[in-house]
Each structure stands twice: as C-alpha cells, then as structure tokens.
Design a protein around this ligand. Structure first.
Ligand code: URA
Length: 235
C-alpha cells in the first residue's frame, strides 16, 4: 500500500460487520489487508501510522536529557500543528512564554508569525510550527553548537515524518542547522533552496522583525512567495 493519493480511510464502513472486521483486524497486518479488500478498498494510506510515529517522537523528546537545558526547562516544546502540513515553519528555540506554555511561538514573536501565516492564506492549525531547540536556553541566549547537535535529530525526524512540500526557516539558526552551513540571514533571505528535496525558503525571524520593522515588508513578500509556491505545487 503506497502513499500515492490523499484518499485516506479512517475505518468508516458501509456495514457494521465490515466495520467490526476492520477494527478487530487492525493489530494484525494480514487480517487488516484482507478486511480492507473485502470492503473494496485497494489503496490505503496509513495516516494513523505517521501520527502515531509523531506522537511517539513527541514522547521521546519530552524525556530528553541530551544536554544541560533539560535542567532549566519547564517544558519541552515539541511543536504543534497539522501532521499533514504542506508547510512547516522552523524557528530557533522556545522563549520564556513558550517554555511556560509548552507551545511554540506563543509570545510577541508568535503573534507576528500568526500574521505571516495569514499572509500565506493559511491558519496556524494548517501548518506545523517547531524549533531547532526544543528547550529554552537561559535568558534566551543563542543556541550553542553542542545543544544544536544534541537536539537536531528531533527536528530532522519531525520533517521526515511530516514530509511537507515546503519548509520556511525563520532566522539563521534554522537555515544553518538544516543545511549545515554558516550563513548570515541577510545574505540568504528570500532565496529558494532545498532540504532533502523539499523546497526551503529562508526568511527573517519574527523576533528580528519586531526589532527591525522596516524588514517586515521583505518577510511579507516571502510569505507571498510561499503562497504562490503552494498554489503551484498544489495537490
Ligand atoms: N522564538 C523561537 O524561535 N521560537 C519560539 O517558539 C518562540 C520564539
């Protein structure tokens, strides 16, 4: 069974008997496939499996002690949004408010990110938002290289599981981490590139935009670009 289309079956059935057969077979791959075939379903996309994997990854991340940030954090901020997101935003690290609430981009920078997402024509629930670091660095200092090394695997696994069409990196840390380079954001902002075959657009970090309001127009033009790309790549 391949992921060739977005047709998903969630187990809803025409008849109660088929539905029961479907449900009871889910733990057993052979019986499960045979129940699907009996129901006339020849193509099945295991959305649940991906969700389950992301759920498991979240649980693993929540228990992480890979660097010393685990001693000062109040929350592990895994990220949130749609597991089937076509667009993923990657920020730097949780700040104070994010650490308190356990959610990404919920402070002042988050309000601006919400407006940026709106410019793309999407809602927060339709995209996925996460960070390079899942734990807050004290005093919101820059992520240290060993912290990025310790945490990077979680981000890469998130992207592998979600498999978005487009990644928008916010600020230099997300860009440099994914592409393993050391670029300045002013040099690469707005320039399309790719990460593992996924279109990647780097833009300014919303916190930078709060301090440099004249740059907001560039960020908004990047959002327009994302909107166009999503339309073009639309499935
Ligand atoms: N800045 C980030 O990079 N991420 C957040 O979640 C909040 C602020």
């Amino acid at each position: 069974m391949t992921r060739e289309s977005d047709d998903r079956t969630d187990g809803s059935t025409d008849t109660r008997a088929d539905g029961e057969a479907f449900s009871s077979a889910q733990g057993d791959p052979r019986r499960f496939l045979s129940a699907l075939l009996k129901m006339g379903i020849r193509q099945y996309v295991s959305g649940r499996q991906e969700e389950g994997n992301l759920h498991r990854l979240r649980a693993r991340t929540a228990a992480c002690t890979g660097c010393e940030l685990c001693r000062t954090r109040r929350s592990v901020v895994f990220g949130e949004g749609s597991e089937k997101a076509r667009l993923v935003f990657v920020g730097e690290a949780p700040g104070e408010e994010e650490d308190l609430q356990g959610r990404p981009f919920v402070g002042r920078a988050g309000k601006l990110l919400d407006q940026m997402i709106e410019r793309v024509g999407l809602t927060r629930e339709e995209v996925f938002i996460c960070n390079v670091l899942k734990c807050r660095p004290p005093q919101n200092r820059d992520p240290q290289p060993h912290e990025v090394e310790a945490c990077k695997g979680y981000l890469l696994a998130q992207l592998d599981l979600i498999r978005p069409e487009i990644i928008c990196t916010l600020g230099r840390h997300a860009y440099n981490t994914l592409l393993d380079v050391d670029e300045r954001i002013t040099r690469i902002r707005g320039r399309l590139t790719a990460y593992k075959g996924i279109t990647l657009l780097p833009t300014y970090h919303p916190s930078f935009l709060l301090r440099n309001q004249e740059a907001i127009k560039d960020a908004y033009s990047d959002m327009e670009k994302l909107k166009g790309l999503l339309k073009r790549e639309g499935v």
